[in-house]
Design a binder for this molecule. Structure first.
Ligand SMILES: [Zn+2]
Length: 367
């Protein structure tokens, strides 16, 4: 058991010692490089995770490794690109930590990318192999946003696998951001997605499927805007975060049917769906029928869905895995193959490819 070096060849060895593997990987030799961690020992990977919160504070990365423990194998790693201002004239001595606690604006906090990169670089190679850091600190309404992403890759080569979670339309958040309002039709966003496609960066995009509290019969105009955007970027791997629903934003009419049609459309074969966030689980487990219909969809398109927690700066494993626990009724209705892909296989396929592609692009373009 002394040679648990991460890598595909180690799988047979690992199968014999799956229970210990998680604990031992942390102590693997420094020669491990950034090979993907074998996943046999773990229950899941986390395709949607925020290490820090809206005031750029969060969990120490070593503490987070302990929280992942031997249950979560790999995780995406990002902060939140937006900083909630503490505006004294607005809340006085009350220091807001969340966007719903004050009317003061949010602004783009680009230093988050350096913070995430430095946290990742503080780890051993074997520990690093468990993370896929993401760039988020850009304003998607700025034509220079893609240049920021390039600059981050140049400053921290060998670190990042993707961009996001970043947000275009999000309930209560988008309207609080200082400056120009982001839009799915803004060419600045096209530049970002084009660049991500060129480099091989996985994109995690948050875009609500509709506005909060729509009037009966109101045109869900964001759906065609999003579809057109995704069609314009067939070479870019995009994960649509939370399949578009939120705390208040409800599924649109025939939501699962819409996702099914997108999964079946050849021109959207580069698009994936994450079911992260307990607010999404809430809809999926709201009735046995809703759970069964969601399971049927995932069983039908098992390559297209990813599990994520969407936890922000968790303090313990129970809180961190709340979303996973909520989904137990859904997991029970999946075929073993679909469940494995949802929890681990699709993550490995997308992010292993991103690691290879982004490293190759860095080698070729950042001399
Ligand atoms: Zn999130």
């Amino acid at each position: 058991m002394t040679h648990l070096t991460p890598g595909r060849r180690g799988l047979a060895t690992l199968a014999a010692g799956v229970i210990l593997a998680g604990a031992l990987l942390g102590a693997a030799p420094a020669t491990a490089q950034s090979q993907p961690t074998p996943a046999l020992a773990y229950e899941m990977h986390d395709a949607h995770f925020h290490l820090t919160n809206y005031i750029q504070e969060g969990t120490d990365i070593r503490e987070f490794l302990k929280i992942m423990g031997n249950r979560v194998g790999r995780s995406t790693l990002f902060g939140i690109p937006l900083q909630q201002m503490w505006a004294y004239e607005n809340t006085g001595d009350f220091a807001p930590t969340y966007y719903l606690q004050t009317d003061a604006p949010l602004y783009y906090y680009s230093f988050t990318d350096a913070w995430i990169a430095m946290a990742y670089k503080s780890l051993s190679p074997a520990e690093q192999a468990r993370f896929d850091p993401m760039i988020t600190g850009f304003n998607p309404a700025d034509m220079y946003a893609a240049d920021h992403i390039r600059r981050v890759l140049k400053t921290f080569p060998g670190v990042f696998s993707g961009i996001g979670e970043f947000t275009i339309h999000k309930e209560f958040v988008s309207s609080k951001i200082a400056g120009e309002t982001a839009s799915l039709m803004n060419p600045a966003l096209d530049r970002v997605l084009d660049f991500a496609g060129q480099v091989g960066l996985v994109v995690i995009l948050h875009n609500d499927v509709d506005m909060p509290f729509p009037k009966a019969g109101q045109d869900p105009y964001l759906v065609p805007q999003l579809r057109d955007l995704l069609k314009r970027h067939p070479k870019t791997t995009v994960i649509w975060a939370h399949v578009g629903v939120g705390r208040v934003v409800q599924p649109v009419k025939d939501h699962l049917g819409m996702i099914g049609r997108a999964a079946a459309a050849p021109e959207l074969s580069h698009v994936y769906f994450d079911i992260s966030w307990d607010q999404v689980a809430k809809y999926v487990i709201s009735s046995p029928e809703a759970t069964q219909a969601t399971a049927d969809l995932i069983n039908r398109y098992p390559d297209r869905f990813l599990f994520g927690t969407d936890e922000v700066a968790p303090t313990d494993q129970a809180k961190y895995l709340k979303c996973y626990d909520l989904y137990a009724p859904l997991f029970a209705k999946l075929t073993p193959a679909a469940r494995e892909k949802l929890l681990k296989g699709n993550y490995e396929r997308l992010f292993d490819k991103a690691r290879r592609d982004v490293r190759a692009w860095e080698q070729a373009n950042l001399k």
